[in-house]
Design a protein around this ligand. Structure first.
Ligand SMILES: C[S@@+](CC[C@H](N)C(=O)[O-])C[C@H]1O[C@@H](n2cnc3c(N)ncnc32)[C@H](O)[C@@H]1O
Length: 361
């Protein structure tokens, strides 16, 4: 199942023109919620025109933003338990197709990793891996083992080649699986709900087979801009718990979130996120905030805390005031993963608030 994707490094350079992702673009002027709605409805009205929109990513920044918002709105409605009318569902699916389908949305997200925002989120992780020498302990073990030469008839000694083990990384939400393509010493297994390249496996993280042996386990699980993509608030917490199953005892979880999820949420701050991580069995090793994103590298706790303390984390206000977003991670250990039951109304409001907060930054 694991594979390295270094052969895709070339494609990656070709397929990543210097475009900034719409969702990271700074708005020139402060936009009100009504203008947000206006751009959404203009994208939507374009969507219901009889002719399909060009499925390529729009060059214009405002159009990109409107497109991404329209996709978000449609996805949330489709996931709503309140959506029982088959006609309404059909209409939403048609709207999504006319906007170019999920593929177009993901292509827009793929462009999020380009040079204009300082490289993909993989860049920060790779720096930490090198500094912390992650994965090298396994190699060290091998290297200290006594290696005996084979002695040929003529007395020549032939030394066996000691293979260095590659660092094993599970990239969840990998889209086109390009993030770690430029690092041949990393063996990346890439999964996505909607893969955009043949080497990316089509899997929901929650259904991806759990490795049974140490050899199959990973050094790192990456959830870069995936937790905030998850519509179910409880599943966001489940992602933190579920990641343990794929990792070696000292394995790492890498999380990237849009910065406003922690700096401008009513329900989450850096401190509370740290506490949630601690409670779900993770020690924070490194963290960093860029202008738009927050990066966290956390390691599995040892001993009793290895899979968390079982505490429930509900929505609790950590800061008040207007102009906040509602991003939250709910943790309910021992409960089932939610399937297609996102609270669309809540998630819609949260999304709109988060978008607005991003634009105001
Ligand atoms: C915003 S993109 C992030 C892409 C990339 N990781 C990055 O950092 O730019 C989120 C991706 O996560 C995928 N995704 C969301 N939930 C997932 C899940 N439960 N299992 C697998 N992929 C998931 C989506 O399909 C989408 O392609």
């Amino acid at each position: 199942m694991p594979h390295t994707n270094s052969q895709y490094a070339k494609d990656r350079k070709v397929s990543r023109p210097g475009k900034k992702p719409a969702f990271l673009n700074k708005a020139k002027s402060k936009k009100s919620k009504s203008s947000t709605t206006a751009s959404l409805s203009s994208a939507k009205s374009a969507a219901v025109d009889s002719a399909p929109l060009d499925p390529s990513i729009p060059a214009n920044r405002q159009e990109q933003t409107a497109l991404i918002r329209a996709f978000h709105a449609i996805e949330k409605k489709l996931a709503s338990p309140g959506l029982t009318d088959p006609e309404e569902r059909k209409k939403l699916l048609e709207e999504r197709e006319r906007l170019g389908g999920l593929k177009t949305y993901q292509e827009a997200s793929v462009h999020g990793g380009d040079k204009s925002r300082g490289g993909e989120s993989s860049k920060w992780l790779v720096k930490q891996i090198k500094e912390l020498k992650i994965g090298l302990d396994v190699n060290k073990e091998k290297e200290t083992k006594k290696v005996e030469p084979m002695i040929l008839e003529d007395g020549t000694k032939v030394w066996p080649k000691v293979e260095r083990r590659k660092l094993r990384l599970l990239d969840v939400g990998a889209i086109a699986g390009t993030a770690y393509a430029g690092y041949p010493w990393i063996s990346t297994t890439s999964i996505d709900l909607n893969p955009q390249a043949p080497h990316v496996l089509k899997y929901n993280f929650f259904d991806f087979p759990v490795p049974q042996t140490e050899e199959e386990k990973f050094d790192i699980v990456a959830l870069s801009l995936v937790i905030n993509f998850e519509g179910s608030l409880v599943n966001r917490g489940h992602m933190l718990l579920h990641a343990h199953d794929y990792l070696l005892p000292n394995g790492y979880l890498y999380i990237v979130l849009p910065l406003p999820c922690l700096t401008n949420s009513r329900y989450l701050s850096h401190d509370r996120f740290s506490s949630i991580l601690d409670s779900t069995g993770w020690d924070v090793v490194r963290k960093h905030d860029s202008a738009k994103l927050t990066y966290w590298l956390v390691r599995r706790k040892e001993g009793d805390g290895a899979k968390g303390d079982g505490k429930v984390w509900k929505r609790e206000e950590v800061r008040s005031g207007i102009g906040r977003n509602n991003f939250v991670i709910v943790v309910k250990p021992g409960t089932e993963v939610e399937r297609g039951v996102a609270n669309a109304e809540q998630a819609d409001a949260e999304q709109a608030d988060a978008e607005e907060a991003k634009e105001q930054e």
